[in-house]
Design a protein around this ligand. Structure first.
Ligand code: SAH
Ligand code: SF4
Ligand code: F3S
Length: 470
């Protein structure tokens, strides 16, 4: 264990810690976990700051799903070394999340100025671990293999008062051959339905308009508790809690049931927006990825979804350059992108992850080949998104405003039910943040690839959040 080199003023007493900064990488589950970390630190009497120079405690919530996320974390933590030295050592650096879980003590070899390493199963322990590291003046590492704790039971400091992340499962049992997630998040566990409903009722009472139900594969929700999946029941039950908009992510195509399609089509509070990662369009590559569906079965499913909901907004994830991917395999992927009429696609270059089965495959696709395929894919996706957006010109969308646009303070931004970014001019003499969390109907008059523009036509919201409407 490295010896502390700082002998500056004592920062061991909790009373000396007043400020915190959290940096979050990775997926929505990490965003949720970060809100819980913020809740714990607030409960400990600390308040947030924007700059690392001002932070007594810096917490990194990390991601290792691809190499670049790993590298960014290392770069950012390394750059804090001089900040911490300039503060005479009076800064506690904690690294949690998926890299903490994966690397544990090894992290200190490269980053000896880190004080606390924790994992994905022991967020509730963070403030005790910070105390222990400060008293010992030595790093503290605690990583658990699994736990029965759900971070949702902890206090939360939500980023937006109108939105909440609500995990319904944690972990993943699917073991796609490229993916590190099951190795760092553990086996899949579901939260009891009554607990989820109670949380959503409480959130609705606090003025939350939209919840996003989270799980690596929400479609298998309940299998471990009830013997068979009960995701459709969960959607219907949450829609009855007074929450206006229910979103969810992520859906594994092999487990998306007819009941779930029915609930999406029938229940007005459930948004007609679905993230359905395809990863590849080639049956050979899908089998090598252990995805357990085929191009045909995926496209059949997409067909059934559009039959039930012609206005469905569909998004996906695609990996380019999985070992052994040929030009023909890639053309199959392009064909799926064409046929599925995606509204959005997150595209990734394959990144080998140590500890996953695919990392030992040797038929690596040369970087320039995968890059060239990637560029073709992005072009196809953008065309598809623009085409889909153009079909919405002239329609009226229910929009939840999120605040002013980052690029233009005169533009009010929000999200449609299909999760599209919607822009309207900020009405004169009003402040953008006054609109954040409010619902309105917007007539769309222009479509771009990444957003739609329009004007507010109606102050009625979609049911049942009348109290929050404009
Ligand atoms: N549970 C979700 C999200 C997993 S991670 C799901 O199953 O969809 C988000 C996305 O990262 C995945 O859908 C996949 O497209 C991508 N991904 C995961 N591992 C990867 C790897 N080793 N290289 C490149 N992309 C990867
Ligand atoms: Fe990873 Fe597959 Fe699980 Fe998604 S379903 S988290 S891609 S193993
Ligand atoms: Fe990344 Fe962990 Fe999420 S590896 S994608 S933060 S589950």
């Amino acid at each position: 264990m490295p010896v502390r080199s700082y002998t500056g003023p004592c920062y061991t007493r909790p009373a000396m810690r007043e400020t915190y900064l959290i940096r979050t990488f990775g997926c929505q589950m990490n965003k949720h976990d970060s809100e819980r970390v913020a809740g714990l630190l607030r409960a400990d009497g600390l308040h947030p700051v924007d700059e690392a120079e001002d932070a007594d405690v810096v917490v990194f919530m990390t991601c290792c799903v691809r190499e670049n996320a790993d590298e960014r974390l290392r770069g950012q933590v390394a750059s804090l070394k001089s900040v911490k030295a300039a503060r005479g050592g009076r800064q506690t650096i904690a690294v949690g999340g998926c890299i903490g879980q994966r690397d544990g003590e090894r992290l200190l070899d490269q980053l000896p100025h880190v004080d606390v390493v924790f994992g994905t199963h022991n967020i509730s322990r963070l403030t005790s671990l910070i105390d222990a590291a400060c008293s010992a003046r030595d790093p503290v590492v605690e990583v658990l293999e699994c736990s029965t704790e759900f971070a949702s039971d902890l206090p939360a400091e939500r980023e937006h008062r109108w939105h909440a992340w609500v995990p319904i499962t944690v972990g993943c049992d699917n073991f796609c051959t490229y993916c590190i997630v099951p190795h760092v998040r553990g086996r899949e566990r579901s939260r009891p339905l009554e607990e989820i409903v109670a949380e959503c009722e409480r959130l609705a009472g606090e003025g939350v308009v939209e919840v996003t139900l989270l799980g690596q594969n929400v479609n298998s929700y309940g299998r471990d508790l009830y013997g068979s999946p009960r995701f459709a029941d969960a959607l219907r039950a949450v829609a009855d809690t007074g929450i206006s908009r229910v979103r969810f992510a992520t859906s594994h195509p092999k487990d998306l049931s007819e009941e779930t399609i029915g609930a999406m089509a029938e229940v007005p509070q459930v948004m007609r927006s679905l993230h359905l990662p395809v990863q590849s369009g080639s049956d050979r590559i899908l089998a090598a990825m252990n995805r357990r569906y085929t191009k045909r079965s995926y496209l059949d499913l997409v067909g059934r979804l559009y039959d039930a909901m012609p206005d469905l907004a569909l998004s996906t994830d695609v990996i380019v350059g999985f070992p052994g991917e040929t030009e023909q395999d890639f053309l199959d992927t392009l064909e799926v992108v064409e046929s599925a009429r995606y509204d959005q696609a997150f595209t990734f270059l394959y990144s080998p992850r140590v500890g996953t089965p695919a990392a030992s495959l040797t038929d690596v696709v040369p970087r320039e080949v995968s890059q060239e395929r990637f560029d073709r894919l992005v072009e196809k996706v953008q065309r598809s998104a623009l085409m889909k957006n153009r079909t919405l010109v002239g329609s009226t969308q229910n929009v939840l405003f999120t605040g002013v646009s980052k690029r233009d303070p005169g533009i009010l931004a929000g999200r449609s039910e299909g999760n599209k970014v919607i822009h309207v001019d900020l009405p004169p003499d009003t402040r953008g943040d006054a609109f954040a969390g409010r619902l309105a109907r917007v007539k769309i008059d222009q479509a771009q690839t990444w957003f739609l523009s329009g004007y507010i036509v109606d102050e009625r919201s979609s049911p049942p959040a009348a109290a929050n409407s404009l």
